[in-house]
Design a protein around this ligand. Structure first.
Ligand SMILES: Nc1nc2c(ncn2[C@@H]2O[C@H](COP(=O)(O)OP(=O)(O)OP(=O)(O)O)[C@@H](O)[C@H]2O)c(=O)[nH]1
Ligand SMILES: [Mg+2]
Length: 439
């Protein structure tokens, strides 16, 4: 008898030719899938070698490894079967078709395994978001930060905040209920205020860190800017070690922003080469390019301001940390110009290594030298800002106890949003729309 829940299946490893392809099945028919295709259900959580067949066991398809995770001790909390097949497009296609022919089985939607894990209490929203980041992580720092959210450390802190708020809220309510009784409020209120002050301190601290959390996740934005022809595109190519941007002796070559994502020293960076800045521009297209340069500069975490023997540094108009580079040092040195941080030659490669070291150091410092941050997404930052605002109001002197209790309740609701206890449906739709099938 098929259960009331569909059994879902999907290729969980990458698609295409590979050494191994992992197909995952979750739901009440997972054991049936094993019985029909392998002739038996392996021992729980033990990898067993099996012969896999299709056409209801009549045609042998592959020699594989099968695993059986009976619910609730599985990733989704349901019965789960995993098949480690040979990573052949044909084997996978025939095997998925076989699963599709079983009653009650259907292909999984993107993120559906994780969604089931969430609804069965195997993960919380913080873990799910962390998992999403983990799948997208490219650098060591991004992996470390994602893990902090996947393995429950971030959740634990959010739960502590919420528990402390609920306790404080309870004490405040007790003060209201026992207003007539001597001494109750006198004893409880200082404790409530201490709790609030502690929470304000830790939330403020973590908000300060949130910028580096964001930088770790999204990558540090580095913008190359300067006059036309100083060698910005040549420097980008030297840093990326490939020809990503067009280089020419004609001033105004770069019109649009050219971006490269790089992992430098474990920190993810997005380096943008921009159109050269100059005041008098005759071409409309060049002006559009310069407008884009200013736009990128206004969002830059680090600016590499480039000069050369032909043109001095330009005023970039932003106060982001700036590295002032004198390029074309092979033509003429900077004459120890005090404004110069580093001399390089994109042509000979002289100084490019130093430039990358300086850049790596600056980016790593901005991103907190790889230490994971607690608040890494805008939604979390907003919730904590709102909670903080309520806590600060709650600490106002002479605030009637009823209003203090109300502010605490609101702050508790904000922390509930952090762990997904409040307002989750829209959030879940938005999270799972970014997941891949098979996860
Ligand atoms: N001698 C020398 N020439 C260089 C160096 N770097 C770049 N050039 C030359 O300078 C010219 C301009 O280089 P680009 O990299 O296109 O300069 P850009 O700053 O991107 O210029 P725009 O895109 O027009 O703003 C080209 O002819 C390059 O070959 C260098 O270090 N030394
Ligand atoms: Mg250029």
């Amino acid at each position: 008898m098929p259960g009331s829940v569909d059994t879902i299946y999907a290729l969980s490893s990458g698609s295409g030719k590979a050494g191994v392809a992992i197909v995952r099945v979750s739901g009440p028919e997972a054991a049936t899938a094993l019985r029909v295709s392998c002739g038996r259900v392996p021992a729980a959580r033990v990898a067993e070698r099996v012969s896999v067949s299709v056409s209801q066991g009549t045609v042998k398809l592959d020699e594989a490894i099968a695993l059986w995770f009976p619910g609730p001790g599985s990733f989704t909390g349901e019965d789960v079967a995993e098949f480690h097949l040979h990573g052949s497009v044909g084997v996978v296609r025939l095997f998925l078709a076989e699963l599709g022919s079983l009653e009650g089985c259907r292909p999984a939607e993107p993120g559906e395994f994780t969604r089931r894990a969430l609804s069965n209490g195997k993960m919380d929203v913080v873990g799910v978001e962390g998992l999403n980041d983990m799948l997208a992580a490219e650098t060591a720092t991004q992996v470390k930060q994602a893990l902090f959210h996947v393995d429950g450390r971030a959740s634990e802190i959010f739960h502590q905040w919420r528990d402390e708020l609920i306790d404080a809220s309870g004490l405040a309510e007790a003060c209201i209920d026992f207003t007539d009784e001597e001494g109750v409020a006198d004893a409880a209120l200082p404790k409530v205020r201490d709790s609030i002050a502690r929470l304000i301190a830790t939330m403020t601290e973590n908000l300060k860190d949130s910028e580096r959390g964001h930088l770790n996740r999204a990558g540090v934005r580095v913008v190359l800017a300067g006059s036309p022809n100083v060698g910005k595109s040549s420097l980008l190519n030297a840093i990326a070690a490939r020809d990503v941007a067009i280089v020419s002796s004609e001033a105004g070559t770069t019109r649009d922003v050219v971006e490269v994502s790089l992992d430098l020293g474990g920190t993810s960076m997005i380096i943008s080469d921009t159109a050269g800045l100059r005041d008098r521009v005759d071409s409309h297209v060049e002006q559009l390019g310069i407008d884009r340069t200013h736009d990128r500069l206004s969002h830059a975490d680090i600016v590499i301001s480039v000069a050369s023997p032909e043109a001095d540094w330009q005023n970039t108009g932003v106060d982001s940390p700036t590295l002032r580079i004198w390029n074309k040092s092979d033509m003429a040195p900077s004459h120890r110009n005090a404004a110069c941080d580093l001399e390089v030659s994109a042509l000979t490669g002289d100084g490019v290594e130093d430039l990358m070291d300086r850049l790596t150091g600056m980016a790593a410092e901005l991103a907190g030298n790889g230490e994971p941050a607690l608040l890494v997404r805008e939604r979390q930052v907003q919730a904590v800002r709102s909670a903080l605002a309520h806590l600060e109001k709650a600490l106002q002197p002479d605030l009637p106890i009823e209003l203090l209790a109300e502010e605490l309740r609101r702050a508790a609701r904000d922390t509930g949003r952090l762990i997904g206890e409040v307002g989750t449906e829209d959030l879940l739709d938005s999270i799972f729309s970014k997941f891949c099938i098979g996860k």
